[in-house]
Design a binder for this molecule. Structure first.
Ligand code: PEP
Length: 251
């Protein structure tokens, strides 16, 4: 199984929000299979959400896990705990984690290993800042993030990379579709040349994807899906983006 469209609810939601979201999603979703769709709610809702999803249905996962498997780490949750709660994937290295919680590529490498060891699908988030983009450093930054985060890459199964330019996240303006396409190609080339044994399932795009811009972004050849924040809080809008994706990729 691989995931193509993932909702990142960030610090939003409640049990009643989850119920309403699933109802709106189900009312608007036209696809026959849900198995490529993921929701990353705040971890405290993983258990509840998994109980309200039909099987085989939408995968539920976490937005983050700790880079230690256990220990004196007050407030943290481990990859094993996510799996135990019924989670099936985890993000690692979201830019909000890198910026607000000072996560380094070395931390992210440890997280990816633990995620994989817990049989969760690992989703590595990478992306350049606006300063890095303005200084034409996008390529070098992405390469560095990939190389340093996949130091134990050969062990990872089913890896997905989410390309999320920091300047596009939550800004209301996404990167241009052709630019996204060429950066996805670059990411695939870097992984292929540096980690040829690695099982890369796809490169998905994140950064202000919504119902208006989903079509031109998702129709690009190298775009294998999307990681969606703001627009994913509306079950109907997320379902409509999924419908566009299914139509484009003939799922
Ligand atoms: C994200 O946080 O992963 C994201 C892509 O957010 P948004 O869609 O709101 O830009």
């Amino acid at each position: 199984m691989s995931l193509t469209l993932i909702a990142n609810w960030k610090l939003h939601g409640s049990k009643s929000f989850s119920r309403d979201w699933l109802n709106s999603f189900n009312d608007s979703y036209q696809g026959s299979s849900l198995s490529s769709i993921g929701i990353a709610p705040p971890s405290i809702f993983i258990d509840d959400l998994t109980k309200h999803i039909d099987n085989p249905g939408i995968s539920i996962g976490s937005q983050n896990v700790d880079h230690f498997p256990s220990g004196a780490r007050t407030g943290e949750i481990s990859a094993d705990m996510v799996a135990d709660a019924g989670g099936q994937f985890s993000l690692a290295g979201h830019s909000e984690r890198r910026i607000f919680f000072q996560e380094t590529n070395a931390d992210i490498a440890l997280k990816l290993d633990l995620i994989s060891e817990s049989s969760l699908i690992p989703i590595l988030c990478i992306g350049e800042s606006i300063d890095e983009k303005d200084q034409n450093k996008t390529e070098i930054i992405l390469e560095q993030q990939i190389i340093e985060s996949l130091s134990a890459g050969s062990k990872l199964q089913n890896l997905i990379i989410a390309y999320e330019p920091v300047w596009a996240i939550g800004s209301g303006s996404s990167a241009a579709p052709e630019e996204i396409n060429s950066i996805h190609k670059l990411i695939k080339d870097i992984v292929q040349s540096r980690f040829s044994a690695l099982d890369l399932q796809g490169v998905i795009y994140g950064g202000s994807v919504n119902i208006e811009n989903a079509f031109p972004i998702l129709e690009e050849e190298e775009v294998d899906g999307a990681l969606i924040g703001g627009a994913s809080l509306n079950g109907e809008e997320f379902a409509k983006i999924a419908n566009i994706f299914n139509e484009l990729k003939e799922l």
